[in-house]
Ligand binder design. Structure first.
Ligand SMILES: O=C(O)CCC(=O)C(=O)O
Length: 262
């Protein structure tokens, strides 16, 4: 057993708890916001339908296409050449910067984390159906085993079961459930990548915890990607999305900062 890791993780957990208690209603301005934050706390996500209009989505989608050409050498692609990622699209597109700065989304996620945003960026991504793709994010994973990671994802195109929807294992972001699941389904509590078989073990017993977010363009998903998630492998067509990655407890880690365009 790695006692150092456990000690460090316990400290982080206690600090999370302290911030949750101290700041639970710091940025809340309405009952509606309270309900949204509660949903993220309990389930790990909240869906905001028709958050942006279709014309806005079309413009943002065109911006992604423009950036893919303009920053061709700097965009990240997976092995199957399905996932095209512009890390830091907000740095090179004023239109996308408006999404990064959306005050309502920022306020909700700040409230959820109990502190203010320190650093972050917008990922602009185009997914295309391609043989052997693993889906957005490269399969089931959590971004961190013991630190919250707030993200807001907006679909810019309609997303059906075939277009690589975001998927989430409900409530897998809370410490209590994380420890319970790792005991019940025999994986390490610090593990952040999961095989299909490991996830299937959980889903065989608790199939209702698999959430698949099919939705129309303009839908926003607020989520804590400390929970287990992935983009379902894309079978048909394409999916365009913008994702805000927010850090409240540190700056953007250096290995990610290196990938930002511009
Ligand atoms: O875009 C998605 O559906 C999921 C992306 C993801 O899991 C990631 O980038 O960590």
């Amino acid at each position: 057993m790695n006692y150092n890791k456990i000690l460090k993780s316990t400290k982080v957990e206690l600090n999370n708890l302290r911030l949750d208690i101290l700041n639970s209603d710091k940025f809340i301005t309405s009952k509606e916001e309270e309900e949204i934050v509660k949903s993220i706390e309990e389930k790990g996500y909240c869906v905001l339908e028709s958050f942006y209009p279709k014309e806005w989505c079309e413009k943002a989608k065109n911006e992604i296409d423009r950036l893919i050409l303009a920053y061709n050498k700097q965009i990240w692609k997976d092995e199957a050449e399905s996932d095209h990622r512009i890390f830091g699209a907000d740095r090179v597109s004023p239109f996308i910067k408006n999404y990064y700065e959306d005050s309502k989304l920022l306020s909700l996620l700040q409230t959820y984390e109990g502190r203010e945003v320190k650093d972050g960026f917008t990922l602009g991504a185009k997914l295309e159906a391609a043989e052997g793709n693993k889906g957005s994010g490269g399969g089931w994973h959590r971004d961190h085993p013991n630190v919250k990671q707030s993200k807001s994802i907006v679909y810019l195109t309609d997303v059906s079961l075939e277009n690589g929807p975001f998927q989430y294992i409900e409530a897998s972001h809370t410490s209590k459930i994380l420890y319970r699941d790792s005991f019940n389904y025999k994986y390490d509590q610090f593990q952040n990548r999961f095989t299909e078989e490991e996830i299937q073990r959980l889903l065989d017993k608790e199939p209702e915890r698999l959430k698949t977010f099919t939705a129309s363009a303009g839908t926003v998903i607020l989520t804590d990607t400390r929970g287990i998630h992935r983009g379902k492998p894309i079978e048909d067509g394409f999916r365009y999305a913008l994702t805000n990655y927010l850090w409240m407890h540190s700056n953007i880690p250096s290995h990610i900062a290196k990938t930002l365009v511009g």
